[in-house]
Design a protein around this ligand. Sequence first.
Ligand code: UD1
Ligand code: CA
Length: 463
Amino acid sequence: MSSPADHPEVTVVVLAAGKGTRMRSQLPKVLHQIAGESLLGHVLATVERMEIPRAIAIVGHGANLVRASLPAWVSTVEQREQLGTGHAVQQVVPALADFDGDVLILSGDVPLLSAETLTAMRSAHRDAGAALTLLTTELSNPTGYGRIVRESGIVQGIVEQKDASAAQREITEINAGVYLADWSKLKAALATLSNSNAQGEYYLTDTVARLVDQGEVVIGYVTPDPTEVSGINTRAELVALAAEYQKRRADYWLAQGVTIESPSTTWIGPRVSIGEDTVIEQGVALYGMTRIGAESRVGAFSRLQNVELGNHVEIRQSDLEDSRVDEGTTIGPFARLRGGADLGRNVRIGNFVEVKGSRFGDGAKAAHLAYLGDATIGSKANIGAGTITCNYDGTRKHPTTIGDGAFIGSNSTLVAPLTIGSHAYTAAGSTIVSDVPEGALALGRAKQAVKEGWALQRKGITK
Ligand code: UD1
Ligand code: CA
C-alpha cells in the first residue's frame, strides 16, 4: 500500500536563463524550435505527459520572450545575472517557501528526454529513499560534462570538467543535468554553496557532495540512451537532434498504426495525436496541439498547426491553422484555413479557398476560389467559385450569415453585415448589399445590353 509520504508532490523547475552564445542568435536558445515547438516547449510537453501540474521556469536572457512563450500553468522566476546553475535554483526558494515535496530539475535545452526515463528515475528515487537522484549516462567522449565520482559504486559527488583532475577526466559516467531532490534538503544544501571553483560559479552539482557529507542517500540513475540527455549548444547540434527527434516520433506513430510515408520529411510535434490507419504523406508538418482522427489522410506538403480533425478527413496540400474539421470532410488542394474555421461533417473546401473565423454546416461546399471570413454557412449551402465575403470595411469586421441549402452564385460579392435566408439564391456576378429572405432570388448586377452588328461595323466588315 502506498501512502502520500511515498508519493511526495513534485514541482518541476526548468533551467532556462542561459543565453546560448554559441547559437549566435537574437533568440534565447530555449526558444529555438524542433517540429514547430520550442526546445522549452518540448521539455514542458514531457512534464505534461508525466501529469505533473506545477512547473517554474527560471528565465534570464530574453526573459520577456521566454515568458510570453509559456502556457498559463508554468510560472517564472527571473535570474537577473547568470551566476551558475546553483544560483539559478536558489532563485526559486521564495516561490517554494512552503513547499515540502520533491523538485524535478530539468534543462530547457534538453528536448528529447522522455517521460518514460523520468518516470523510471522517479521510481528509483523512491525505492532508494533518496534525498537526491541524478540522471547520468555513459559517454565514450565525456569531454565538457560533469563527471560522476563514485566510491565502491556509491555516488560521492560531481566534478566539473574544468575542475577535474586528469584521473577524474577519465570517468565516462556524466551528469545529465537532471535531478530529483527532496526540496527541503536541497534548499539547505543550496544555502551552503560557494563559487570558489574554476568558473567562479555557484554549481548546483556541489549540492551532491554536501548531501553525501550529511549522510543523505544520493543515487545516480543511469540511462542507457545518451541521445535523450543531449543538450543543444549550436545550430549544428540543433538540426542533428531535430533529425533524431523526427526519426523517433515517426517510429512511435508507425508503432501506433499510423502510416508515415516519408519519416525523414515529416515533422510531428510532441503534443500531436493521430488515430489509427491515418496516412501522413511526405513533407507534412503537424504542429502544436494538432489532433487527427482515424482513417484520415494528410496529403503531401500540408501544414497543420493547432488543428483538430475528425475521422475520415482528407486533406490535400493545404495550410490549416487553429481550426476544427469534422468527420468526412475534404479539403484542398491549396486551401487555407486561416484560424477559427469550424467545418462540419462532409464539408467540401476546394482549391484556392480561404476560410477564416467561419462555421460551415454539414455538407456545405465551397469548391473553388473563394474567401469566407466571419461567416456562418448553413448545412448543404453551396458557395460558388469566386464568392467573396466583404467582411472588413477598413475599420471593423462584420458577419455574414448564409442559411441552410442556400445557393451563392459564382462571383458573388457579399457585403457584410449580411444575412441570406435558407434556400435563397444569389445570381452569378451579383454584389449583394442587403439581406435576402428565405427562398428568394437576389440579382445584383447590371442588366446586359446587346448591340447587334457593333463589332463587325467597327472592323469595317459588311455582310
Ligand atoms: C551543467 C552541469 C554539468 C552537466 C551539464 C549537463 C553544473 C555546474 N554543471 O554544466 O555537470 O554535465 O550541465 O548538460 O551545473 N543556467 C541558468 N543559469 C545559470 C547557469 C546556467 O539558467 O546561471 C542554465 C543554462 O541555461 C542551461 C543549464 O542551466 O540550460 C545548464 O547550464 P550550463 O552552463 O550549460 O551548464 P554546463 O556547464 O553545461
Ligand atoms: Ca553548457
